[in-house]
Design a protein around this ligand. Sequence first.
Ligand SMILES: NC(=O)c1ccc[n+]([C@@H]2O[C@H](COP(=O)([O-])OP(=O)(O)OC[C@H]3O[C@@H](n4cnc5c(N)ncnc54)[C@H](OP(=O)(O)O)[C@@H]3O)[C@@H](O)[C@H]2O)c1
Length: 156
Amino acid sequence: MSFFKCLTLTTKDKEKQNAVVMGRKTWFSIPEKHRPLAGRINIVLSRELKELPGAHHLVPSFQEVVQLLKEPSLVKKIEKIFVIGGSSLYKEAIDSSYCSKIYLTRIDHDFQCDAFFPELDTNKYLLIRDAEVLQEEQEENGIKYRYEVYKRHAQL
Ligand SMILES: NC(=O)c1ccc[n+]([C@@H]2O[C@H](COP(=O)([O-])OP(=O)(O)OC[C@H]3O[C@@H](n4cnc5c(N)ncnc54)[C@H](OP(=O)(O)O)[C@@H]3O)[C@@H](O)[C@H]2O)c1
């Protein structure tokens, strides 16, 4: 969580913020007192909801997120855009040409899960060494994990 917070909050230009784009269920999985995620422009997708108190923008499709983020008033305020889940939104983002990098935490443990990150096409995304992330294996409460960064092939 601290890595997620640091990555999504940090901007080179202190006049700007990053945007976080998420599905409706991910929004509601954030404890109410932490919504919207502070210091970031929170964009939530829902086909059903017509209003969502706390969210900065409520948008009905991925294409409309792209249109929204092209608006000059937002372009001048936003440095980076992070898609923060869930499953279908991750898939739509990594299948689109707008996704340039994937920050993935690979956890060396089996858990019972009901939401999954989509299959990663390694022909499209290359594992890179990124100075922004710790390279060595991490461990928390006896569970080992590693940060990986994938970059989209330039020609794809
Ligand atoms: N560990 C992680 O990295 C991570 C990251 C994110 C989420 N999560 C967890 O994953 C769970 C939720 O993930 P999820 O995949 O089930 O749900 P989700 O993507 O967060 O939410 C699904 C809902 O988002 C809306 N939505 C998604 N894509 C859309 C699109 N293209 N256009 C319009 N609306 C769209 C729809 O809302 P409507 O039904 O309102 O139309 C859809 O039912 C939560 O428990 C969360 O904590 C974990």
